[in-house]
Design a protein around this ligand. Structure first.
Ligand code: ADP
Ligand code: MG
Length: 268
């Protein structure tokens, strides 16, 4: 897949089409086919909730969107740019690792495990990447980091170390850290699954606030309430395919497929 025919110009212009478009995405690990032809479209400003049983390929799909995994077939565009490819002379050419890294910077990712730097303060955790990667001036980066931390409700924790914070607070730092890179798309992979139940709400509230602010988000979650309340779309995956998708309230109230019904019965 080093060279192929480019798509139509209207689909490649940033801002002109959906924020994310996936077409027939296939991904295998050795003999194990994990994604078996995923089609998906997420509009700018849309909150897409991705649900499905464990092992259905949700994390793999998110990782393909920011090219942490390389797909075997199909295509993914983010804001009109084919992920991992660039157009030259009417053809798509595979990007070098440096170009991929540049592309990845515009996509924020928040994982189940927050992976903060334990020996750095909260403020330094959020400031590090904008200074090192985006080459922002340190003072400006710190000021914006402080604003982001204020926004996620941690304005009084700038000097704290991750070990001094609760899981919910650490996850909010992780969200601020992702936002500091000024992403146009945020991917959340079960951001509340590792949290004690009483800490889930504070993280979901931050995500709700982001959604209201117009951030485009793909959220893998088992939080049906969040999907119903905040989601613009719900995509149910099982066995590496999209089983059904639609308006979250409609899908949750009237799932059409037995697999969706069985899954919802377990998590509701
Ligand atoms: P989900 O997030 O829906 O639980 P995953 O995308 O994590 O599902 O995993 C889907 C399948 O792919 C699982 O069977 C998992 O074991 C397998 N898988 C994921 N990553 C790898 C990998 N790097 N190597 C081999 N198998 C993997
Ligand atoms: Mg997963």
């Amino acid at each position: 897949m080093t060279e192929m025919t480019a798509v139509q110009p209207d689909a490649t212009a940033p801002g002109a089409g959906p924020m994310v478009r996936a077409e027939q995405v296939h991904k295998s690990f050795g003999p194990l086919e994990v994604l078996k032809g995923i089609d998906l479209e997420v509009r700018t400003g849309e909150v897409c909730c991705l649900l499905g049983p464990s092992g259905s390929g949700k994390s793999t799909f998110l990782r393909c969107i920011n090219h942490l995994e390389k797909i075997n077939a199909g295509r993914i565009w983010v804001d009109g740019e084919p992920i991992g490819y660039r157009e030259r002379g009417g053809k798509l050419h595979e990007m070098r690792e440096k170009e991929v890294a540049a592309q990845r910077r515009s996509i924020g990712m928040v994982f189940q495990r927050f992976n903060l730097f334990p020996h750095k303060t909260v403020l330094d955790n959020v400031t590090e990447a904008p200074v090192l990667v985006r080459r922002e001036k340190k003072a400006a980066a710190r000021e914006r980091a402080a604003q982001l931390l204020e926004r996620v409700g941690l304005g009084d924790k700038l000097g704290a170390y991750p070990g001094q914070l609760s899981g919910g607070q650490q996850q909010r730092v992780a969200i601020a850290r992702a936002l500091a890179m000024q992403p146009k798309l945020m991917l959340f992979d079960e951001p509340t699954s590792a949290l004690d139940p009483e800490l889930v709400g504070e993280v979901l509230d931050v995500m709700k606030d982001l959604a209201r602010d117009g951030m485009t988000m793909i959220v893998v979650t088992h939080e049906i309430g969040f999907a119903r309340e905040v989601g613009d779309s719900l995509v149910f995956m099982d066995g590496g395919v999209v089983v059904e998708s639609g308006n979250p309230r409609e899908v949750i109230a009237n799932p059409r497929h037995d697999r969706t019904k069985a899954f919802l019965a377990k998590v509701l």
